[in-house]
Unconditional design. Sequence first.
Lengths: 600, 377
Amino acid sequence: MKNIRNFCIIAHIDHGKSTLADRLLQTTGTISDREMQNQALDDMDLERERGITIKSHAIQMNYKHEGQDYILNLIDTPGHVDFSYEVSRSIAACEGALLIVDASQGIEAQTISNLYLAIEHDLEIIPILNKMDLPGAMPEEVSDQIIDLIGCKMEDIIPASGKTGLGVDKILEAVINRIPAPKGDENAPLQAMIFDSVFNPFRGIIAYFRVRNGVLRKGDRVKFFNTGRDYNADEIGILKINPSLHPRNEIKAGDVGYIISGIKQANEVKVGDTITLLENPCLESIKGFEDVKPMVFAGIYPVDTEDYEELRYSMEKLQLNDSSLVFEPESSAALGFGFRCGFLGMLHMEIIQERLEREFNMTVITTVPNVSYYAYMKKNVNDRLIVNNPSELPDPSGMDRIEEPYIKAQVITKSEYVGAIMTLCIEKRGELRNQVYLTQDRVELTFEMPLAEIVFDFYDRLKSVSRGYASFDYHPVGYKESDLVKMDLLLNAEQVDALSALVHRSNAFNLGKKLCLKLKELIPRQQFEIPVQAAIGAKIIARETIKALRKDVTAKCYGGDISRKRKLLEKQKEGKKRMRQVGRVEIPQDAFMAILKLND
Amino acid sequence: MAGIYIHIPFCKKKCTYCDFHFSTTYHVYRTKMIAAICSEIILRKPYLNVDSSNPTIETIYFGGGTPSLLNKKEILTILNLIKENFEIIPNPEITLEANPDDLSIEKLKDFKAVGINRLSIGLQSFREEDLKWMNRAHTAEESFNCIQLAQQIGYDNISIDLIYGLPNLSLAEWEQTVQTAIDLNVQHISAYCLTVEGKTALKKWVDQSKISVANEEQQSEQFELLIEKLEKAQIFQYEISNFSKINLESKHNSSYWKGTYYLGVGPSAHSYNGNTRSWNIANNINYIKAIQNQSVWFETETLSAKDKFNEYLLTGLRMKIGVDLSKLFKIIQAPKSFSEKLNEFINTAWIVQKKEQITLTKEGKLRADYIASELFL
Ligand SMILES: Nc1nc2c(ncn2[C@@H]2O[C@H](COP(=O)(O)OP(=O)(O)O)[C@@H](O)[C@H]2O)c(=O)[nH]1
Ligand code: SF4
């Protein structure tokens, strides 16, 4: 055990985590130069394109240092706030963390929140100044930021470059010398924590775990503490690259491994759960387990109503390897049968939508996302109703109050953008809680604001007002009472339930107007004039009109025009097939998300 | 029955709104072009021969470009060649598109002598200012004169082209234009709304806001006025943009909408034989070369049943006689959604159905393309 080191990497997107990780794998010979696929840690298409490690992985490296053989387990962490619980479990599986900071950029919000998590778990932090080869590197300034944050010494910071290989040996040396070896008792009952799981179409669910105490042997009868289920440890082993699974007969305290036990459903394996033995179990589970709850909800409907069953099948398949996706059937007057889905956040929602298209060829209509509200009724003020769909909000007359989830949001930006960001956050009903100058021109702003406001176009707005120089992170801080009203949208005088949203009363008028305008832009002209109205209860607060179809008087059509014209009209027809008919009005898919694009 | 279209890709000068294929520097290869067109007539003879019998030719149409630039000998050469190679009914309709500036007494007499019995005259407008910015080669006065001349010489089947939706054309002025056309006592009128085509001078001017064309409301106002006014003068709309006195519809153009076969020769000409459509390369020089080398000078597309169904709808609905549902369903038995859509249009009074025949109403005619596309398979 004394020759094992478990560590993870904390870095902001694009600061060079993947590149540096590749270097470590190369230097330790875990991956040969020939095998060296760029960015070996990301292996899903989608991940590479987005540059975000969505699913964490673990890799074991062997390294000889001063005549001793070491086992180094690198546990990868996802880089997006939607997956912060997974990050916390990965961190809990380690004794140390590499803090990688781009020397030309400095510290970002995401880095800070993960860093705090690591410090909370008593991890040894090894600060690394990456991309030192860049002419724009500002080692002194960024080092100051790091020292401020973690209170290390200047000499503790390792200058490095994933590009040139600078500092890689020093990093490996620091991993061995500075990160403590795991502690644990091999003779105690088995206690291992699941920090991740993946779905393999041939083998079922593969769970990754870190053994705290005891030994897991192939063929053991194991029990998962929180789900209470038990399985056979059909195959256990360690994780490498090409092939990634290396079977072993036992995994001992301090080490990291995988287990395959014939599990088919992702939701049976919960990240953070404790594995123990059915006979001779440990007394308690490992702390920190949470059942992750979805934060954002939206309806997902098939474009073609006949594809409902196929959509269900696709979603079930997706759920096999994404246990954080939850869904239940719902129906909408406008959209027919579909599912109300819960996501960890906006990115997670986009990923699900994209995977449905890519992996299952399912084009779907996604409705405006919303958060989970609490409605308290007058009849019994302690009776709490959870509202995950705005159209299910009870009648206001019977309601005592509504509460909505709030978050604490951290934004790190350059001082020149502070004004614009404050204006944005206040517009989004945020309240400034704290403002700290990290350096002369880097500021950390802390706001408390409703989560619902993040769901509506916040990221895009933040990006544009800060020209991309703002990083953002948040965590939930509970529910608060809010003056919310349900805003309905009427097309051709018919309410479209899928377009309803809960909005703050003070904002409703403005939002209603913008939304009507946007819908006017997105919905093509039809045979008749279509009034677009926003309403609160029976009161119309905004109105626009989509004019009737233009008269196509220009048409002439001789021998040479027929083919071209036919093709043109066929294309128009094709475009309409992707629309949804609501009442007499045909609505294109993207109109259902109009509220997210008000500022385009 | 079938038709033959001959495309004459020459013009004196380029009109600012036109995106047709033609050349203003044709003098150098004029003879070669006529020779190439003649070769094509022979080479393409089998194209119409799909039902294992050569269909009889009922219409011949010289279009362009500006066919009135041709001389008597050239037209005669082409017509004789057609007669030698195809079976032709007695008294076929032979149309020639002409620009007023070409129509001198001599030319009019020549054309009549070689057998042209229908003129389609590109008047476009009676307003001098329009003709100017359009860069037309004729004046308004030439327009009146040539029509009177043609009538005196004995042409009894004359068509004129008119354009509406022109910049600064008020409804009153348009009404005046239509009245003038009626007073000319022509048999046939084709009227088009000015379209701003890509790669034209007009497009550039519109983009630079140097010229503004009529808006939607003005366009449809003018269109509706046209239909009404002509109808009162006993000139009936038999196709969306074509009007004629009784029984004087253009037989040749009607074949496009009725699905009659036609062979088109000359650069950019299109052909149709029930199963395929083909179109010639549009470039004059490349066309001549390809014919000379007998390499490939046209592309062909084979029509699926669905294509045929859609085309019949598209063209049939443009006609006063409309679409015969039993004929349509012979191509493909339409799905339920078709009759649902059709009923919808009948309910909005854009289509009327009499037995098996469906036709567009007045309101429907204003949305012919949209309705066709909605009914497409
Ligand atoms: N100049 C320079 N560029 C680097 C270095 N490390 C990574 N990059 C580049 O920075 C970008 C982001 O790197 P990547 O490893 O994907 O970052 P990640 O998102 O943190 O995993 C890529 O374009 C890399 O090529 C470095 O040390 N020097
Ligand atoms: S004469 Fe006819 S074909 Fe020639 S440029 Fe003018 S509009 Fe076009």
